[in-house]
Design a protein around this ligand. Structure first.
Ligand code: HEC
Ligand code: HEC
Ligand code: HEC
Ligand code: HEC
Ligand code: HEC
Ligand code: HEC
Ligand code: HEC
Ligand code: HEC
Ligand code: HEC
Length: 259
């Protein structure tokens, strides 16, 4: 069985749905079409139908697994299921019926479902050209490791308060800790990291660590800046704050993350 919808072509499904032809599961209201021996305008053919009606057809069976689709960024932008899936011209990843996306695969090195994503998100693809990045083009991760194209992407899913996706793979960083770094707990991993990639060795949003810290911490203990008001600060922008604040993601031992 090559196409997953072949399942609709079994006697069990035909009895359950009352559709003698597999096509009628999607191309509904086809009595006139069949009566007239064909033609357009007398059958639900998707192309000319409003997006919501197209999606509703698919969701009548797939609504249980994709309940949030209508409130997703993709639906709000007017995409339909058929923007990404195709019953009739699927990728070799036939299990998910993904549309062909040869072009990006060839040009940018992405494969599988990620190639589909960068077809439309070329700007995001360039984030993965940095040396420090999640290794998508090597197949270690995919866009869908972090994003669900069918869902409304809440901040928490993207690495906010609960940080499900990030902490799912980087469990040591997610806590809970006795002493939380509020930046991580409240704003999430993306308060400090660019999740796709960045020029910084650890994918930080700033090239220099101190620059990142000072972007939030205007006040540091006096000994950090030194006691001589005319001398340059003791800890400047090139200081590796994390040489001392080693448990920057949170600590069970120390409220200022020294151990
Ligand atoms: C799982 C749902 C589904 C099934 C089953 C299905 N189709 Fe489709 N069909 C679509 C969608 C969605 C489109 C819109 C085009 C696309 O895939 O990009 C389409 C498009 C078409 C078109 C092109 C219509 C146009 O606008 O020019 C034809 C013709 C067609 N289907 C015939 C069939 C036939 C014949 C069958 C049965 C053998 C069938 N389809 C089964 C979903 C389905
Ligand atoms: C009559 C019910 C029905 C309709 C309508 C329907 N599907 Fe399906 N779909 C199924 C069943 C049953 C399967 C195979 C079992 C499964 O994997 O859930 C399936 C499988 C799939 C799969 C592969 C699932 C996987 O696990 O890889 C995709 C993708 C899919 N459908 C998308 C669509 C899209 C897009 C539409 C609308 C154009 C659509 N379906 C319309 C019932 C339906
Ligand atoms: C923006 C692109 C996009 C849109 C729009 C989209 N999908 Fe998907 N879909 C995907 C990708 C990518 C996968 C594969 C996910 C993976 O490999 O983790 C997938 C997987 C699936 C699957 C199988 C696995 C699963 O997650 O259950 C089904 C069923 C499915 N989609 C149905 C739909 C239906 C129905 C719609 C419209 C209501 C839709 N999709 C709209 C990209 C999309
Ligand atoms: C057919 C084109 C298309 C495809 C394919 C597509 N997207 Fe999108 N995506 C859009 C559009 C249009 C928007 C609406 C916002 C925008 O214009 O960026 C969007 C929005 C998003 C957003 C939210 C952006 C924001 O600023 O909040 C994310 C995240 C996203 N897509 C990820 C993905 C992923 C992951 C895939 C692959 C599974 C994918 N997209 C496939 C067209 C597409
Ligand atoms: C390691 C997890 C991860 C992977 C892999 C990933 N993303 Fe993201 N993406 C995120 C997070 C987290 C954000 C939110 C960024 C923020 O809020 O600053 C985001 C934001 C986005 C946005 C919104 C605009 C922007 O750049 O902020 C788009 C569009 C997007 N991602 C598309 C993609 C596409 C396409 C892929 C695959 C080529 C992908 N993402 C892979 C985690 C990821
Ligand atoms: C599917 C698993 C997965 C998810 C989800 C994931 N990562 Fe990663 N991450 C990895 C792997 C594997 C590496 C190792 C680097 C590589 O791929 O070469 C990595 C590397 C990193 C690095 C660089 C580590 C270093 O050596 O400096 C940072 C920072 C990072 N991830 C942050 C995040 C953030 C933030 C999120 C959520 C937005 C996230 N990751 C989601 C798997 C994941
Ligand atoms: C307050 C800023 C900040 C926040 C928030 C933050 N990080 Fe980091 N992260 C850093 C800094 C700074 C480094 C570099 C540490 C070093 O140089 O030793 C780093 C390094 C990393 C590394 C690579 C080094 C290692 O130990 O493997 C990973 C992976 C990582 N962070 C993941 C995450 C994840 C996942 C989250 C969210 C749960 C997160 N970070 C939240 C600042 C932050
Ligand atoms: C996104 C903003 C943000 C960034 C970036 C950030 N922090 Fe924080 N940090 C906070 C907040 C908010 C608190 C809690 C402060 C409070 O409760 O007064 C905190 C608390 C701390 C504390 C605990 C002491 C205290 O004031 O509660 C230390 C130490 C600390 N941060 C060091 C750092 C270092 C070092 C860096 C750079 C690697 C850094 N922070 C980056 C926002 C940030
Ligand atoms: C030589 C080690 C060292 C370096 C380097 C260092 N710190 Fe600290 N930091 C400390 C110690 C020790 C404390 C605790 C001071 C105390 O308890 O009075 C501290 C405390 C803090 C606090 C918490 C102040 C409070 O409200 O309790 C912040 C914020 C902070 N450092 C930020 C930074 C930043 C930003 C950098 C980099 C520019 C940095 N630190 C570099 C040792 C260091």
């Amino acid at each position: 069985m090559r196409n997953p919808h072949d399942l609709l072509d079994t006697v069990e499904w035909q009895e359950q749905t009352g559709n003698s032809l597999v096509c009628l599961n999607c191309h509904v209201d086809a009595d006139d079409h069949i009566g007239a021996g064909g033609g357009l305008g007398n059958i639900f053919a998707f192309r000319e139908e409003p997006a919501t009606a197209q999606n509703a057809t698919c969701l009548s069976c797939h609504g249980d697994t994709h309940p949030e689709f209508e409130s997703s960024e993709h639906s709000l932008a007017g995409l339909t299921c058929a923007s990404c899936h195709s019953q009739h011209s699927a990728d070799e990843s036939v299990a998910s019926l993904l549309r062909l996306s040869m072009q990006s695969r060839d040009m940018l090195g992405f494969s599988g479902s990620s190639a589909l994503c960068v077809d439309c998100h070329a700007g995001t693809a360039s984030d993965f050209a940095f040396n420090e990045r999640h290794r998508l083009t090597e197949g270690v991760l995919e866009c869908t490791s972090c994003h669900d194209p069918h869902s409304r992407e809440s901040f928490s899913l993207l690495g906010g308060f609960r940080q499900e996706q990030c902490a799912g793979c980087h469990s040591d960083k997610g806590g809970p800790f006795v002493f939380e770094h509020a930046a991580s707990r409240v704003d999430g991993c993306t308060a400090c990291h660019s999740p796709h990639g960045s020029p910084n060795r650890h994918m930080l949003t700033h090239q220099r660590v101190a620059e990142l810290c000072y972007s939030c911490h205007a006040e540091v203990p006096q000994f950090h800046s030194g006691f001589n008001p005319v001398a340059p600060p003791r800890f400047g922008l090139d200081t590796q704050c994390v040489n001392c604040h080693v448990t920057i993601h949170g600590s069970n031992l120390d409220p200022v993350f020294l151990r």
